[in-house]
Design a protein around this ligand. Structure first.
Ligand code: NAD
Length: 467
């Protein structure tokens, strides 16, 4: 079984203690990786702190290195994608898209210019506001999009002049470790360090006194702990947390035009997307044809091992998540819900749960109120638009949401009523490098992407000159 090493201070580091990484399509280990201890965390943070003064000095070099990282991701896309599919489960085409997405993020930030702002420049004074890097940044990532979400943190953090210690999820460490190995030949030693290990390693890293900023993507529960670890040293935090996105389909849509987009808005990556459609509200006038269309697609979709070329949906990433999805569907069934399609694991090895449409559901059920993060979609019928917005905004979550209508002006206006970081119209999950991405309420704190994402890795410095 191949073993993967960590990157600390420009060197690949193996450990006697290894963690097995499971391929969810087989529910069996296929590789192992190093496991960091307290000493490794300290070595990585110390290396990052040592690399910081030189790295922050040369902006032109940083931009050049980000371009090189973008090119290297493309050059090795297939190798990383194959590893990603084996550890995460997603179809190989989606893995390739993820690696190309990560490359795009590096290219975007390599070229991003955020000019200093001059507030006053006259005979008396010149007052200027500039962005300064923070120092050592901890980047902690989840298992659903390990590579692109790492890129969302690395590219702006490095552009700003910070150095980074990253800790990928214990379920999907290998693609990040391979990226680290590739970047080892591009970035100066210590500028990027990538550790592996369970949540305890993330906690050790987040609590390390020399870390100045924690950029975290993951669950709400862990996000709350991150804020506590940050408090002692007043570290800066960015939290990208869970979602329970509503999609609201109004009575004026053409059902045949929206079914595909609603289906894939909910089930891409087997529903394991923070901002997937997790609750679907359909106006009663178009409810029946849309639900029928979703059922048809759920029956037709090819679920299988992501390495097989015709697979459209892979397995759920891990046993814990698989049990959670199955448990929520079972709970809904016991409370009178109708399982319109799916509703039972596939009878084969691996964590396969087919796309499942659940109707006759209501607020108060776990499947509606909580984040399922998997292949089960609750679908609700509504009559009154005011009521449905109240219902959609009722949860603690506020990541994304969408409105579906043939009246774009009305859609735009209604999208503003969603209590969420993003409100889409006639689409869900369109994410670009240049728009801010983040959540309100329990879905997060701060933003990633665009100049706003860059600014999260900086602090302001006012330079005030008396003339
Ligand atoms: P998780 O919180 O369990 O783990 C995320 C990361 O935190 C992992 O690397 C894990 O090892 C680490 N971790 C766990 N406990 C820790 C602790 N006490 N201290 C420090 N680090 C710790 O989340 P997950 O199950 O890997 O990811 C799924 C969640 O992530 C979902 O809720 C999903 O919605 C969310 N997510 C959000 C976004 C976003 O941008 N808003 C994107 C993707 C996923």
């Amino acid at each position: 079984m191949q073993s993967y090493s960590m990157l600390i201070d420009g060197r690949l580091v193996a450990t006697p203690e290894q963690d097995a990484v499971i391929n969810p399509a087989q529910a069996a280990p296929f590789a192992t990786c190093a496991r960091a201890d307290k000493g490794h965390v300290d070595a990585a943070v110390t290396a990052a702190a040592r690399a910081y003064p030189a790295w922050r000095r040369d902006e032109a070099l940083r931009r050049q290195k980000l371009h090189e990282c973008a090119a290297a991701l493309q050059a090795r896309a297939m190798d990383i994608a194959q590893l990603l599919t084996q550890e995460q489960g997603k179809p190989i085409g989606n893995s390739m898209m993820e690696i190309y997405g990560a490359s795009m993020w590096f290219s975007y930030f390599a070229g991003l210019e955020v000019a200093p702002e001059v507030l006053q420049d006259d005979a008396e004074k010149r007052i200027q506001v500039v962005h300064k890097p923070l120092g050592v940044v901890a980047a902690i990532t989840p298992w659903n999009f390990p590579v692109v979400l790492l890129a969302w943190k690395l590219a702006p953090a490095l552009l700003a002049g910070n150095t980074v210690v990253a800790k990928p999820s214990e379920f999907t460490p290998l693609s990040s470790l391979l990226v680290a190995e590739i970047f080892k030949d591009i970035l100066p030693p210590g500028v990027l360090n990538v550790l592996a290990g369970p949540g305890a390693v993330g906690a050790e890293l987040a609590g390390h006194p020399a870390v100045r900023k924690i950029s975290f993507t993951g669950s709400v529960a862990t996000g709350k702990k991150i804020m506590q670890y940050a408090a002692g040293d007043l570290k800066r935090v960015t939290l990208e947390l869970g979602g329970n996105d509503p999609a609201i389909v109004l009575d004026d849509v053409d059902p045949t035009a929206v079914i595909d987009n609603l289906f894939w808005g909910a089930f891409t990556n087997s529903g394991q997307i923070c901002t997937a459609i997790k609750r679907l509200y359909i106006h009663e006038a178009v409810y029946a044809p849309i639900v029928d269309g979703l059922i048809e697609r759920a029956k037709a979709v090819k679920v299988g091992d992501g390495l097989e070329p015709d697979t459209q949906l892979g397995p759920i990433n891990n046993k814990m998540q698989f049990d959670k999805v199955a448990g929520m569907v079972e709970d809904a069934r016991q409370h009178g819900a109708r399982i319109a399609v799916g509703g039972a694991p596939l009878e084969r090895p691996g964590y396969f749960y087919p796309p499942t449409i659940v109707t006759e559901v209501h607020a108060g059920l776990r499947l509606v109120d909580e984040e399922q993060f998997g292949t089960a979609l609750p679908v609700m019928k509504f009559r009154n638009v005011d009521d449905v917005f109240e219902e959609a905004n009722r949860t603690h979550y506020g990541l994304g949401g969408s409105v579906w209508t043939s009246d774009l002006a009305r859609g735009e206006q209604l999208a503003q009523r969603l209590e969420s970081g993003t409100g889409w119209v006639n689409q869900h999950m369109d994410i670009t490098p240049f728009a801010p991405f983040g959540g309100c309420k329990w879905s997060g704190l701060g933003y990633e992407n665009g100049k706003w994402g860059y600014e999260e890795f900086t602090e302001l410095k006012v330079v005030n000159v008396k003339k």
